[in-house]
Design a protein around this ligand. Structure first.
Ligand code: 5GP
Ligand code: MN
Length: 326
């Protein structure tokens, strides 16, 4: 906590203002497999710098496809496939707590001035100027402050991106970091003419029917381990294939199991390859799941964290159990 130091804000604004002024190439990078906060922050900052006259490319590691719920985000004309990214003069990373999260772009951070915009407790200290506040509800909150400090007014498109970031990372204003300031910012964003019902229907509440059936399968296999106060389940590639679904439909599925009152920690193991799992963890408050995630090679926040696990599902859960027992 403690917020971002005034000297860091001043340095970041100076760096970006000068980059725009001298027509330097600015590269914005968010984390691999980007969620609404990563993409929303990326495209909001990209559009703001463009409005100032900046030369901007925006990207993230991996294929440049956006999952359907995020396909309505404005500013996508700024997106460039990672192979097509030119040599930058300045880099801004967004919503990435560690270098691994920005993939090959981490290598560019040596020797190029950079700003790190992030809100993870697990921030490793990588990169240049840290605009990092674990007390911020979303990276989009920091992106909004950066945009205001750059003197760019929120237009509807920038506001849409920031709003998606905020609702993604606050669970639609439900989590503890949802401060009065977050609501005040949301009010400002909505005042640009956003339609919150439409946005949340698109982002959270519209999935193919096959996804509904898939959720049924995954939830019906959930295991409760009262002695560990743990509830967990798996979503396999076979599940996705059987229901003809893309992997993005699994985002948010953790919410369906974490309400189990008998458990404190909920885990969803999403298979990404043979013996390889993207693990989502949530805590109801009694456990710091970022500690568990960091111990197992990942990161995140106290109540929401994740890592990539290898081996059989039972082995991955065994490792989580062991960490929970520490
Ligand atoms: P989710 O479960 O929604 O994918 O992620 C929850 C939180 O854990 C996010 O803040 C995300 O940044 C973090 N997280 C998820 N997976 C990983 C991972 O593989 N590595 C790291 N470092 N953090 C992760
Ligand atoms: Mn985030």
């Amino acid at each position: 906590m403690g917020g971002v130091g005034e000297e860091h804000w001043a340095a970041a604004v100076r760096l970006l203002r000068e980059a725009v002024e001298h027509d330097r190439r600015i590269l914005l990078v968010c984390h691999v497999n980007p969620d609404g906060d990563a993409l929303g922050s990326l495209l909001a900052v990209g559009q703001a710098l463009t409005a100032l006259g900046g030369r901007v490319q925006a990207t993230f590691p991996g294929p440049l496809e956006l999952p359907e719920p995020l396909a309505g985000l404005p500013g996508q004309h700024l997106l460039v496939a990672e192979e097509a990214v030119g040599v930058p003069d300045v880099i801004v990373t967004l919503d990435a707590a560690s270098e691994e999260r920005v993939g090959r772009f981490a290598a560019l951070l040596d020797g190029v001035p950079s700003v790190v915009l992030d809100h993870h407790a697990s921030y490793t200290g990588f990169g240049g100027i840290p605009i990092v506040d674990p007390g911020a509800a979303a990276t989009a909150v920091l992106a909004a402050e950066l945009i205001e400090r750059l003197g760019v007014p929120f237009d509807r498109d920038i506001a849409y991106c920031l709003y998606v970031g905020i609702i993604t990372d606050t669970g639609s204003f439900r989590y503890d970091l949802t401060t009065p300031a977050v609501h005040a910012l949301a009010a400002k964003l909505l005042a640009t003419g956003l339609r919150p019902g439409e946005i949340s229907r698109r982002v959270f509440d519209t999935r193919p029917f096959g996804a509904v059936r898939l959720y049924g399968d995954v939830l019906s296999r959930a295991v409760l381990e009262p002695e560990h106060r743990l509830v967990w389940t798996t979503a396999t590639l076979a599940d996705l294939e059987r229901h003809g679904q893309p992997a993005y439909v699994l985002e948010g599925l953790i919410d369906g199991i974490r309400c189990a009152a008998e458990a404190d920690v909920a885990c969803l193991l999403k298979q990404i390859a043979d013996e390889r799992w993207s693990v989502s963890m949530r805590s109801r408050g009694g456990t710091d799941v970022s500690r568990v995630a960091i111990a197992l090679g990942g990161g995140g926040h106290r109540l929401a964290a994740g890592f990539t696990g290898t081996g059989a599902a039972d082995e991955v859960i065994g490792r989580i159990r062991a960490e929970l027992g520490r």
